[in-house]
Design a protein around this ligand. Sequence first.
Ligand SMILES: [Zn+2]
Length: 331
Amino acid sequence: MVSYKELGLVNTREMFKKAVKGGYAIPAFNFNTMEQMQAIVQAAVETKSPVIMQVSKGARNYANATILRYMAQGAVEYAKELGCPNPQIVLHLDHGDSFELCKDCIDMGFSSVMYDGSSLPYEENIKISRQVVEYAHKYDVTVECELGVLAGVEDEVASAVSHYTKPEEVIDFATRTGCDSLAISIGTSHGAYKFTPAQCTRNAEGKLVPPPLAFNVLHEIEKKLPGFPIVLHGSSSVPQEEVDTINKYGGKLPDAIGIPEDQLREASKSAVCKINIDSDSRLAMTAAIRKYLAENPSHFDPRQYLKPARENMKKMYIHKIVNVLGSNDKL
Ligand SMILES: [Zn+2]
């Protein structure tokens, strides 16, 4: 058993309290590789932002859970080395699908876990969420639970249709589970294809315009649970310039589409205090690598193309922190 406190990590409790009060959101960036980790830490340090580094089941399968945990520990030390004496870094399990997985992560040094029982019947979701919360709170680890179903595909989480969170259920759910934050469904979606063209309209230039988020549902939930931390999953914006770069250099991502940043900015000002961004990092990395390799066909040292990839991700992370979530200068 390793406590996250020994690793210099923090849980989400104080962070979320301040974010809800201050009208901003904490970035939750997924990571699988060293370059992503470095880019996240550099961006957080330069902007003086708290940050959540999150690990999905797919990331654990790809990189190995132990390695990711040591990388998070390394992230804390790296932040200090970059001139941030007291970094606020959370190591969070994204979409834990069983009590056992959540327990395993808590035991190995995670400071926050998500238990996602959103696909289960309501009472079953409450039962296992409660079990995770009871275990986690013994070690001062915070727990995110989910109510409502997001559409889209992310690693091993997939659903064809979304069901908005029912505001009439949130008080009962939050009270009986004892969770520290609640992921809700108001029209965000996992992956780089958040909406089908049929769900969108087209603007004058023929570009897809996605349907707006259900702010009415968010506001109703806020009224039921005043000041309670709310989480948005599937909140990449799928920047068109990255998609265009990928397509220009041999990629094929027709009609990839995300959540407009102005809507996320608006959500950040509410009780939404954690916004999950994964696909945008994937796109930034792939766009930079495709461009570099196309322009430098004789290069084969991974450091040559991973360096611009890391720079491009860092630029994206800084942009999100400063211009979308507003978590800069909050350390
Ligand atoms: Zn998610």
